[in-house]
Each structure stands twice: as C-alpha cells, then as structure tokens.
Design a protein around this ligand. Structure first.
Ligand SMILES: [Zn+2]
Ligand SMILES: [Zn+2]
Ligand SMILES: [Zn+2]
Ligand SMILES: [Zn+2]
Ligand SMILES: [Zn+2]
Ligand SMILES: [Zn+2]
Ligand SMILES: [Zn+2]
Length: 480
C-alpha cells in the first residue's frame, strides 16, 4: 500500500511537470513565490523512514513546487508489557510489547528472579545456650525452600575465680567461678603450698657431754623439724704439771675441760740419771764375784750407771775339766764333742790323779780317782785356796757307746764316795765351773808337757783312747 502511494505520487508529479514546465518556463516571475495552496503528501513518513510533501506556488502561471521532508515518526510503544514467561523465586521471566503504530516491531526483555518469599519471622528449631549453637529456620511461601540460620555458641561468661578453700602447707585449695549466663560452676584445685622452712637455728647448744638441737620452723604453719647437733670435743686447758718427773720416777700433768670439769692426767717420762762419767769402785772384786763400779748422777747423787769389773788375771765362769782325750777324738760317733773323757783300768787298784784344766788352758786343781774292790771314788782338789768351783759334776760310762751329749749332761755321780763300776774299764768325765786367778799356785797347762811320771799328756791321751776302745790296758796314774 505504501509503495502504491509512492508510485501514484510519482506519476502525478511527472504529469504536473509535463503540464507545468512549459508554464513555469514560459511564465517566470520575480520572487517570492506564493504558497497559498495546500500541502500534498507525496510520501507518508513511517516509524523508521522519512516521507515528503509538496505545495505549488499560487502565483498564476508560476507552477513552482516546493518540497518538504516529513520526519520518521518512530515506534509508538505501549506502557504495558505482556508476559511471555513468568519469573520464579530463582529464575528470570520474559516480557514483550508491540509497536502501536502497527509496524509489527516488538521488544522483548528479561525480568529479574523474584527471590524467595520468606516470612519476616524465623522459627526457632534449636534453642542454643553457652555451649550449644542456636538454630532457626524459615520457609519460602512460594517454593518451599528452607533457610537455616545458626548462631554460634558464645561460650560461658565466666565470673572471677572465688576462693572456696585456701591451700595450706600440706593440703590443696579450691577455687570456683560461675557463668553469668547459665550459672554453671567450674572448680579448680590449687596445689599445696609446701612448708616454707626457715633457717636452721640452734635451740640447744651441744656440749662435750650432750648433743644439741638445731631447729627449722615453717613460717606459715609453725611446724618445725629438729636436727641433732653432735657433741663437741672437750675444751681442754693447757697441760699443767702436778708432779715433776725425777730420776727414775715418773711425773704427772693434768688438764681440765672448762665445760664439764673433767680432768685428764698423763704421766711424764721418768728422767734418766745424768752420769758424771767418773767410775768409782763400789764393791771390790773377789774370786767369788766380780767387782762393781758406778758413776754418780749430777742431778740426784745416786748411781747413774753401774758395771762389773774383773781385776787383771781374774777369770770367772770358766769350765775346767779332768784332762783326757776329747770325746770327739776318742770316737768318730762323737765328732765335734769337746768334753774330755778319762779311762781307767779297774784292775789297777789305788789312786789315779789327773790335772783339772780350764778351757782357757790353766791347771787349777787335781782330780783324784780311787779304784778299790770294783768301785771308783772321785774327788776334786784345788791348787789355790781362793779358787771358786760350782756345778761340780762327774758322769760314769761303762763304754764309749754310752757317751753322748745328753749323757754328758746327766745328773752328777756323788763325789768322794765309792761308786760300783761294772766292767773292766771305767770311762768318766769330770767338769766344774770355776772362778780362778791366773797366778800363784795355778799354772798354765801344756798338753805337750810332761806329767809327773815322765810321760807326755799326749802319750797318756793316746793310751786312754786305746783303753776306751777296749784294745789294751795299763797304768794311767798320773802324779803327784
Ligand atoms: Zn511561484
Ligand atoms: Zn512502529
Ligand atoms: Zn521461593
Ligand atoms: Zn554459661
Ligand atoms: Zn608449714
Ligand atoms: Zn668436757
Ligand atoms: Zn739421778
């Protein structure tokens, strides 16, 4: 329809131009033109395209045509939209509207989701407390969607700790606190304080007689503990001499304990005499006993030291024996024995005399042996009157086989008395301890010297040895 209008207008215009042009060309006039005629729409304006109109100059024979543009009208939209798809709680909807000019144009757009339609108030599902979260819910009236709201538990609202039982040295304490919201209580234990021991103080001082006491007290509960202090040593004074030591006599000194008055004493060593070094004879020597000398103590005047002495030529405690062959020479079984033995043929009745000779070689007497009727009698004679003889003894043997170191020390046979001899030969030994003087009637003795009967003692010993061994006989008498 629109295009038909266009074309009609165009045809009309061409006709007019064909009819008017000669007029216009032929009947020009001075301007201005005059337009008193109507405007004729040549092309209608639409919603989106411009149209055109014209009018013709009304001055006769001019025929000038004036054109004018008709502006596009634009769509004319209604204020109301039509729903295509409705929106839901969570999805968009679609709406549409059509141009009222009838151009067929439409406009479509989306609408926002509606959102849930929750009620204004929540429904409490769980009532919370200090430790349990609170839970509330509400339901969308449109779609039934449930919304849940959880409020975290706030925790207890504890008050300050309150002491219910104070701790002591030996017992625990208790404290309590209360929640201002739910009144729940909580307790806690305070550890025992333990004793607060003070320093050790001596409450009883020890002495040398008794132990003391040291004490430590707890400053909190007054409990105390004691410790024994050991006894102390005596407090001795210096030593004081109460009795001075003297020659040969102990002294004494004491000391006293100032605490217990105990007295302790100890002896002082006896002093030794102080010799003046001057030896004085205090007892003259005799052959019966040695003499004695002494020095004098310069302190006490008593004898400081003593010693015995023997004058020149005096001999004490020397063994003297009847001189015959030594036992060790007569028998190899007695080897080393120095006792001397005498042998007598018991058939030789009468007196037999033998020298009594000291071990240091002096003849100090004579041994007289009397043989009579199978008996033997032994006597001792000393040459010098002052000679002292002790432990005189003689032993008798019936043969060499009886001689031993033991039988030589056997008890003595009696002197000066006849003793029965069994057997043909008497073997005997004679000895005595002697104190003698090397001078006067005493003489030095020589084995090689001659006996009074003219034989040497060596010869005599050989003959007696033969007799002892049972190999001969003969006279053994020695003078005088
Ligand atoms: Zn005109
Ligand atoms: Zn339109
Ligand atoms: Zn909903
Ligand atoms: Zn609470
Ligand atoms: Zn205490
Ligand atoms: Zn004491
Ligand atoms: Zn003295």
């Amino acid at each position: 329809m629109k295009s038909i209008q266009k074309w009609g207008a165009l045809l009309l215009a061409v006709c007019l131009l064909a009819g008017l042009m000669p007029v216009h060309v032929h009947a020009e006039h001075a301007p201005p033109h005059e337009y008193n005629g109507p405007w004729i729409t040549e092309v209608e304006a639409t919603c989106t395209a411009d149209g055109r109109r014209y009018t013709v100059c009304t001055i006769p024979d001019c025929g000038f045509i004036l054109y004018d543009t008709l502006q596009a009208t634009g769509h004319k939209w209604p204020t109301q939209w039509d729903t295509v798809t409705p929106a839901s709680c969570t999805t968009s909807g679609t709406i549409v509207r059509y141009c009222l000019n009838g151009c067929g144009q439409s406009e479509q757009k989306f609408t926002d989701p509606l959102g849930h339609a929750y009620p204004a108030t929540w429904t409490v599902v769980v009532v919370g407390d200090c430790t349990t979260p609170a839970v509330s819910q509400r339901v969308c009236s449109r779609c039934g969607q449930v919304e849940t709201s959880t409020t975290p538990a706030p925790g207890h609202n504890w008050g300050a700790w309150v002491n219910k039982k104070p701790a002591t040295c030996t017992d625990v304490g208790i404290e309590e606190r209360v929640c201002a919201r739910c009144s729940q209580t909580q307790t806690r234990v305070l550890p025992a304080l333990l004793h607060n021991w003070g320093p050790w103080t001596t409450v009883l001082a020890p002495t040398c007689q008794a132990t003391g006491i040291s004490r430590s007290v707890c400053s909190r509960c007054s409990l105390y503990q004691d410790r024994i202090l050991p006894k102390v040593p005596h407090n001795w004074s210096a030593w004081t001499v109460t009795l001075a030591a003297s020659c040969g006599t102990k002294g004494q000194e004491i000391r006293t304990c100032s605490m217990c008055n105990r007295v302790e004493s100890r002896s002082l060593k006896a002093l030794k005499h102080v010799s003046d070094g001057n030896w004085v004879i205090t007892r003259a020597a005799t052959l019966r006993q040695r003499g004695q000398q002494a020095t004098t103590c310069t302190r006490c005047g008593q004898h400081a030291s003593t010693r015995t002495y023997a004058p020149r030529g005096y001999r004490y405690e020397v063994w003297a024996r009847a001189f015959g062959p030594m036992a060790g020479q007569a028998s190899s079984a007695l080897s080393g024995v120095t006792d001397r033995l005498i042998a007598i043929d018991m058939t030789q009745e009468g007196e037999h005399r033998f020298p009594l000779v000291t071990d240091d070689g002096w003849q100090i007497g004579t041994v007289v042996a009397k043989v009579a009727g199978g008996t033997l009698s032994v006597s001792l004679q000393q040459l010098s009157e002052p000679t002292v003889m002790r432990e005189q003894q003689w032993q008798l043997f019936s043969g060499l086989h009886e001689v031993s170191v033991f039988s030589l020390r056997a008890a003595s046979m009696p002197f000066d008395m006849p003793v029965k001899v069994s057997g043909p030969v008497a073997i005997f030994s004679v000895s005595t301890l002697s104190n003698y003087y090397q001078g006067n009637e005493n003489k030095t003795f020589h084995e090689a010297g001659l006996s009074p009967d003219g034989q040497s003692y060596t010869e005599l010993n050989e003959r007696m040895t033969v007799l002892m061994r049972g190999q001969g006989s003969g006279r053994l008498v020695v003078g005088p």
